[in-house]
Design a protein around this ligand. Structure first.
Ligand code: GPQ
Length: 836
């Protein structure tokens, strides 16, 4: 305070809200002392990270609490985003960006003699998701908060998230993700809002006091759901929403019978079984395994979340009838689709509502997003298993189905095959509950995640439902948040852009188009190129440190990072590498544009082919990286343990983004957007959102190759024979023969036989059909890269034209087209500054 000032200063800038450098330093040391119980001489890096995280968290709380209060007072209409996965990535850096205090905090930390980057690195990311689907949920929470939309994310607090990946001898090894080991400063548990979830047992019918037919469910076990809340800040607004994740706990009076009978170990076992529910994330991407525990997880978090919503209604004094006016529930794929049935059960059995009223409320509240066309990802549960776990829900499903099939019969008389296809129960063999059918019947809106994907849904997997309910179908093309994937992860490029066009683009990404004015400015192009170069240099240093491989920062950084999956065709990329290698072996003096092939991604632990693809890439790398004939012109690097934290390093360093899935298989893709936004050029098929990216950036700035989705389909129908390509293309034949011969596996001709056989005797993802087009297109990439100035222009135009792919645009589309929800700005009480 200024001692000369006569004005009375109300000092609201205290140690928990103040943003001045001195206040930040004091608060940080205070947290180190009182929360970590440490003084600097004995503090570890983690202690410093925790002290900083709490310092930032304190500054979020004012916003968080005011947001909750405002929503409560205004009884705001709220979006509930239900998702089995939220792949949030590290919180600290993102919150600093959103609060607008990144620079101040960095300075404060450095003035204390600490390394700020090192502290950010210290955060163990919550890997509560597998890939695109979970990361999309996280981007959507960021945009909801930034757009000041009242929203809750609901999911599961897995004790172990996605495994950590090590590469040993070229193979993937999985290590348990103990992300909670050192505590989680970003969550607050709310045991006072715990709810009970029932499982198993049987049902009984009875007549209530009004003479109405009712059912009661006598469960075999009850599990408690404990909510853990994480604040979700918006960018440059006061809004701070909530991610509410449920953790399973055994009730205090666990298995009393067993306990009293002296069967202590059975009682303890019951307790452990209950707590197993939220133990671990299923590590499959685009695959359903039909495990009972997975269904338990889904029902667990759905039931907890719906009970929580009903509690919120009651506290705000809103009648249950107005549930659809208060909440709009989005189902992130079919994982939470049991919502359709659980909401019916809660309304009828627990709140005495009759069927028609309950069904009206349910179907006015729910909307369903489909994220895949792959048949192996469509969830279905064997009836017997389903009925054992959720006997009451099975009864309700049968009744929904009975009424639904009556509707189908009215609309399509005598179409027995259609009835069989649309039934919620698959009766073609062993009987199954079809979760996608359930989601379609129970929702008022059904959307795909890219234009092509939505069209393919309408003519393929969901065709019958489209014909039944055309008005329900709509497209919502995915998007990504420019805060995490530009401002935070690529501050050099972000700063350059802001110097040229101001910083409005961070919230209005379409404004990036203003960069087009600078594409003819040689100084701008030079700066733009220098930034990419500096980032590549940094990644080269990182690669040297972690893998001991030297990579040339002047080579093309050609990157494919995403889950390892046959449909994503990392092995097509591998075929291209071997092609170039063979050309060098045949002619060591050949003129070749130097390339560094970078791969990152996890394989599901039970996915044998995907793991073998990882081994193949590493084995090719072992040979190529060492062969003196190559003279360092090609390098192949598999980057271990690809996760959000690492992805943030990878996107800014890419020259070329590999988006090479078989057309018609990738619903959207979102990595494709993050790469292009950071100035990478795309080599890709006409699949998912690639189609729209190419439309936006211009065909001349996109490397397109391969069959279209229609051509893929037609070829399948006509009888695809990969051998035709093998025998008619000598270069392709040599590539496959080299892999098959054991050349890359120390002479072991068996190791990669499963891959070779899969390609030659079936090739379900049509690599051989697309091979030549891919290799030719890669040649065009190499040519284009030779002309650095042309490349830079293309790269700038990619950045400038990616505005459509902000998740803010996606969320606005959802708000207008599905949720019908408005923003609720949050006002903070005025602060009186400590002293200007
Ligand atoms: N996706 Cl069904 C997943 O990441 N996991 C899944 O289990 C399913 C879909 C992806 C999909 O493969 C991508 O094409 C999308 O971009 C992404 O969801 C988000 O929509």
């Amino acid at each position: 305070p200024n001692p000369n000032s006569t004005q009375e200063i109300v000092r609201i800038e205290d140690d928990r809200t103040g943003l001045g450098i001195e206040t930040l330093k004091r608060a940080f040391l205070d947290n180190l002392f009182y929360i970590q119980g440490k003084f600097p001489a004995i503090a570890t890096l983690n202690d410093y990270y925790m002290a900083l995280a709490y310092t930032v968290r304190d500054r979020l709380f004012k916003r968080w609490i005011t947001t909750a209060e405002t929503y409560g007072n205004q009884k705001a209409r709220t979006v509930c985003y239900l998702s089995a996965e939220f792949l949030m990535g590290p919180h600290l850096g993102n919150n600093l960006i959103n609060l607008g205090i990144y620079e101040q905090v960095k300075q404060a930390i450095e003035e204390l003699g600490l390394n700020f980057e090192e502290l950010l690195e210290q955060e163990e990311e919550p890997g509560l998701g597998n890939g695109g689907l979970g990361r999309l949920a996280a981007c959507y929470l960021d945009s909801l908060a930034t757009l000041e939309i009242p929203a809750l994310g609901y999911g599961i607090r897995y004790e172990f998230g996605i495994f950590n990946q090590r590469i040993q001898d070229g193979w993937q090894v999985e290590i348990t993700d103990k992300w909670l080991r050192y505590g989680n400063p970003w969550e607050v548990s709310r045991p006072e809002w715990a709810v009970e979830v029932k499982f198993g047992g049987h049902t009984e019918s009875f007549t209530d006091e009004h003479g109405a037919y009712r059912v009661r469910w006598i469960p075999h076990k009850v599990v408690n759901g404990i909510p853990y809340d994480t604040p979700i800040s918006g960018y440059s607004v006061n809004t701070c929403n909530t991610l509410r994740l449920w953790s399973a706990e055994a009730p205090e009076t666990f298995d009393f019978d067993a306990f009293n009978a002296g069967d202590y170990s059975r009682a303890v076992q019951q307790k452990m079984a209950s707590e197993t529910i939220s133990k671990v994330l299923y590590p499959n991407d685009n695959l359903t395994q039909g495990k009972i525990l997975r269904l338990e997880q889904q029902f667990f978090f759905v039931s907890c979340s719906l009970q929580d919503m009903i509690r919120i209604l009651e506290r705000q004094g809103i009648p249950l009838e107005q549930f659809p006016e208060k909440f709009s529930i989005q189902l992130n794929d079919t994982h939470p689709s049991i919502t359709v049935v659980e909401l019916m059960r809660l309304l009828m059995d627990e709140h005495g509502m009759e069927w028609n009223k309950a069904w009206g409320i349910t179907t006015r509240s729910l909307a369903y997003t489909n994220h895949t066309l792959l048949p192996e990802a469509l969830e279905r549960w064997p009836i017997s298993l389903f009925g054992q776990l959720l006997p009451r829900h099975l009864e309700i499903i049968f009744e929904i189905n009975r009424r639904f099939l009556d509707d189908v019969r009215l609309k399509f008389p005598d179409d027995w095959e259609r009835l069989g296809r649309m039934s919620l129960i698959d009766e073609s063999g062993e009987r199954y509950v079809r979760m996608a059918n359930l989601a379609c019947v129970g929702s008022f809106a059904i959307n795909g995640v890219a234009a092509l994907h939505t069209e393919l849904l309408k003519e393929g997997v969901l065709r019958d439902f489209y014909e039944m309910y055309p008005e329900k179908f709509n497209n919502k093309t995915n998007g990504v948040t420019p805060r995490r994937f530009m401002v935070l992860s690529n501050f050099r490029l972000a700063n350059l852009i802001s110097r040229k066009i101001g910083n409005n683009w961070v919230k209005h990404l379409e404004e990036l188009h203003k960069l087009e004015d600078f594409v003819d400015d040689p100084d701008f192009r030079r700066e733009f190129r220098e930034i990419k170069q500096a980032i590549k240099q940094d990644l080269a240093v990182y690669i040297k440190r972690t893998t001991n491989i030297d990579v040339n920062p002047n080579s093309i950084f050609d990157i494919q990072s995403k889950r390892i999956h046959e449909y994503k065709r990392q092995h097509l990329n591998a075929l291209h590498i071997v092609t170039l290698y063979n050309r060098i072996k045949a002619n060591p003096d050949i003129d070749i544009t130097p390339r560094t092939f970078l791969f990152g991604g996890k394989a599901a632990p039970g996915y044998y082919m995907a793991k073998l693809i990882i081994k193949l890439i590493n084995s090719i790398g072992d040979v190529v990286n060492r062969d003196p004939d190559v003279r360092g012109r090609l390098k192949v690097v598999f980057l271990e343990n690809y996760n959000v934290k690492f992805a943030q390093r990878v996107y800014p360093a890419a020259d070329l983004s590999e988006q090479i899935s078989t057309a018609g298989k990738e619903a959207s893709g979102t990595g494709n957007m993050k790469f292009a936004l950071n100035g990478a050029l795309t080599i890709g098929t006409l699949d998912g959102a690639n189609v729209e990216i190419r439309e936006e950036v211009g065909a001349e700035n996109f490397f397109l190759f391969g069959l279209t989705a229609d051509e893929v389909y037609a070829k399948k129908v006509a009888g695809y024979n990969p051998m035709d390509y093998y025998y008619s293309n000598p270069e392709l034949k040599l590539v496959i023969d080299r892999i098959a011969s054991g050349f890359f596996s120390h002479g072991d001709a068996n190791l990669f036989k499963p891959i070779v056989d899969n390609l030659l005797y079936g090739d379900p993802y049509m690599l051989l059909a697309d091979y030549q087009a891919y290799v030719d297109c890669q040649e065009q990439v190499s040519q284009a890269y030779q002309d650095q100035d042309r490349w830079t222009r293309m790269s700038i135009l990619n950045v400038a034209r990616m505005g459509k792919f902000s998740s803010d645009r996606s969320i606005r589309d959802y708000c207008e087209g599905i949720w019908h929800v408005q923003s609720v700005p949050i006002k903070l009480e005025e602060y009186v500054q400590e002293n200007a």
